[in-house]
Design a protein around this ligand. Structure first.
Ligand code: ZN
Length: 684
């Protein structure tokens, strides 16, 4: 592993922080923490931490010996001094005298000794850092080290590779007990330059930031070299079918299968992140990939991300896609049955009351294709995929020098169902549309943009589709939550198909369609140009049908219901003079909404329409508002609020109606009116 220490960079950071009153030691602590955190083969999503023993002054001006240790929630790659909260060292050291200390008491004690009480929680490995005497302590979950410790004879192997330069600590769950055991092993031979933690990772320590970091790199490199020099080709590939299905062709089936069925037509859905690479395929295509996946995870804190390990699916043959659904369902059933058994067996070992987490995989390898990370949010799905890539790096190393033998599932359970982790999960309340994917056409217009933003704020990942791709991207960016903008012409079926494919490729599937794109042409119906009327039907009717067909295709693949929402105008029920070209196709679209409700209700697919009027948008431009209000002798304000409520109706109000329809579980074939009240357009 490359040593990234750079004197110039280090000094630059020291002088930058000096201006902010941060001393040299802490600045260098930040510097090497970032170096470690930037390398996924060392540290991934919380899997590592660092500390510094120094002095800090409290609010009363009193100076204390403190441990500045990585705070929970901070990413080491971009850490700041605030991410290394200072804890009074003397109190931490006193804890070593105790015979036992519960996790909750440990957290409380650490918090009680913070110099700044508003700091994040110090790492769960804080006491281990405190009990070691060195000024700088570094800890990582290096995949090369894991290749050595995830072996049956890991201790012998570590002695062979590192000699007596490293202490060896048997596996103990992180916390007080591990901290004491590690400190005892260090005390027995203080000449060691670090500690290897069986089935877990590595600590190095020194009096300078540079030295502790360089020791980490040195020992990780020794492990890498050992694997490279003594390794054999670890995987035998399976033979793959001649023509494989594409990832997008199986993504929605897989996404539907990993959704948690809550009964009564409700699902906790997940989104998927697909990845592939030579390394991913080498593992996925291994004959024993399934066996390796069932053994566990390379370092126990990965269980918080990917539970007991990945699921493996056989290669999908293009010509046998319909039979593949059954294969997915069988593998999921097998995974969840084993997960339930794992929970029940281990939960029964004590009197602690626990709630089983959902039994669905968070990581799926598909032979011939790559991996899918699954998560309730895109962020979680990406983390699962990141973790998957590092998991197979460790497995590859372990298998090439021996046999991957990680922590047994019974010990893993302790970590996955750790009270501290369960509390974090409980605090993470989902939003109403968490896990759902929505596609909005006409997404750059006023109503489309307002809907995209509202849905994203409610937890959905939104695919903003518009003829103007740049504007669509801008709306998606503003909506946030990983939403994407896609350029598409809704009147071109191939273009529409491509937009839906992009939704599936990015998020794994689709749950809600907001078919909103439309435009109005004026003209007396008896005299209107035939081509113009047909053009209006293309956009205001057929485009809705094309979008709905694509959505239903994906909904059926997923098997978890879905929602179709149509923007039908007031014109659909209450024709206005000279608006026939607009009202006629919109009336057909209103009927279309009901036809879908009728034919797809049995599959849990709901279909509703919103009937809006007089909204400033692409349809009703500012110039039109000005000329119409003038023609009626009204101020613009009086014209726009010419309804029963006497209030202007805005795009946000239409978005609210779409959201209502997306959430109303027992509402289908409905039309909701958003016009401030207009008796002539009221439905009856
Ligand atoms: Zn650790």
């Amino acid at each position: 592993m490359k040593n990234l220490w750079n004197d110039g960079e280090a000094e630059k950071l020291v002088s930058e922080y000096a201006k902010k009153g941060v001393d040299r030691d802490l600045a260098l602590r930040v510097y090497t923490t970032r170096l470690l955190g930037g390398e996924p083969r060392l540290v991934l999503h919380g899997g590592g931490n660092t500390s510094l023993k120094t002095k800090a002054t409290d609010i009363l001006g009193e100076e204390w010996d403190v441990l500045c240790v990585k705070g929970s929630g901070w990413d080491m790659a971009v850490i700041e001094p605030a991410g290394l909260p200072a804890v009074k060292l003397d109190s931490l050291l006193k804890a070593r005298r105790l015979d036992m200390l519960s996790d909750e008491d440990m957290v409380a004690m650490q918090r009680a000794n913070l110099i700044d009480p508003s700091s994040p929680n110090p790492s769960i490995e804080t006491l281990l850092h405190a009990f070691l005497p060195h000024k700088f302590v570094d800890h990582t979950h290096s995949t090369a080290i894991l290749a050595l410790v995830d072996q049956d004879d890991s201790e012998r192997l570590c002695r062979k590779v590192f000699g007596d330069r490293m202490g060896f600590v048997p596996y103990i769950k992180p916390g007080f007990d591990l901290a004491k055991a590690a400190a005892d092993i260090y005390d027995a031979d203080p000449s060691v330059e670090g500690l290897i933690l069986d089935k877990h990772g590595i600590f190095t320590f020194a009096e300078s930031a540079r030295e502790a970091y360089e020791l980490m790199i040195r020992y990780v490199t020794m492990a890498e070299d050992y694997v490279a020099q003594n390794g054999k080709q670890p995987f035998t590939p399976v033979s793959l079918p001649g023509e494989l299905a594409s990832p997008a062709e199986i993504a929605s089936m897989l996404r539907g299968a990993v959704a948690v069925d809550k009964g009564e037509g409700r699902f906790d859905r997940m989104v998927s992140e697909f990845r592939t690479s030579d390394a991913i395929l080498e593992f996925a295509n291994a004959e024993n990939a399934d066996d390796l996946s069932k053994r566990g995870v390379s370092t126990p804190d990965l269980s918080i991300r990917i539970k007991t390990g990945p699921m493996v699916l056989p290669a999908p043959e293009k010509s046998k896609l319909s039979a593949y659904r059954k294969v997915i369902e069988e593998r999921i059933a097998d995974f969840s049955t084993r997960y339930r058994k794992y929970f029940e067996t281990n939960d029964a070992r004590d009197d602690v009351s626990r709630t089983m987490l959902d039994p669905m995989p968070r990581l799926t390898f598909v032979q011939g294709l790559g991996l899918f990370g699954h998560g309730r949010t895109l962020k979680e799905a990406k983390i699962a995929a990141d973790v998957g890539e590092m998991l197979i790096d460790a497995i590859r190393g372990a298998e090439s020098i021996g046999s991957f033998s990680p922590l047994p599932l019974s010990d893993l359970f302790e970590l996955e169902y750790w009270s501290l982790e369960q509390a974090k999960i409980a605090a993470n309340k989902p939003k109403p549309l968490t896990g759902q994917v929505a596609l909005v056409t006409g997404g750059a217009g006023a109503i489309g943009a307002a809907t995209a933003k509202l849905f994203a704020a409610q937890g959905a990942h939104v695919v903003v589709v518009d003829l103007n791709g740049e504007k669509a991207k801008a709306v998606a960016k503003e909506a946030g939550n990983g939403s994407i903008g896609v350029a598409a012409d809704v009147t071109d079926p191939a273009s529409v198909r491509a937009a839906f494919d992009e939704a599936v490729e990015t998020f794994g599937g689709l749950d809600i369609l907001v078919s909103n794109a439309g435009a109005a042409w004026e003209g007396k119906i008896g005299e209107i140009d035939d081509a113009l009327l047909r053009r209006s039907f293309e956009l205001n009717f057929f485009a809705h049908q094309t979008a709905a067909q694509n959505a239903v295709r994906i909904f059926k693949e997923q098997g978890t219901g879905g929602v179709l929402l149509f923007n039908a105008s007031k014109q659909a029920v209450n024709p206005g003079a000279n608006f026939g070209a607009y009202g006629l196709p919109k009336a057909a679209t209103l009927f279309l909404s009901r036809q879908y409700a009728l034919e797809y209700g049995p599959l849990g697919i709901r279909s509703n329409a919103v009937n809006a009027d007089r909204i400033r948008s692409g349809l009703l431009t500012d110039e039109m508002v000005a000329s119409r209000s003038k023609a009626r002798g009204l101020s613009e304000k009086d014209y726009m609020s010419g309804n029963l409520l006497g209030q202007e109706v805005r795009a946000e109000h239409v978005a609210q109606a779409f959201l209502h329809h997306a959430l109303a579980e027992r509402t289908t074939a409905d039309v909701t009116t958003v016009d401030g009240g207009n008796m002539a357009a009221a439905l009856r």
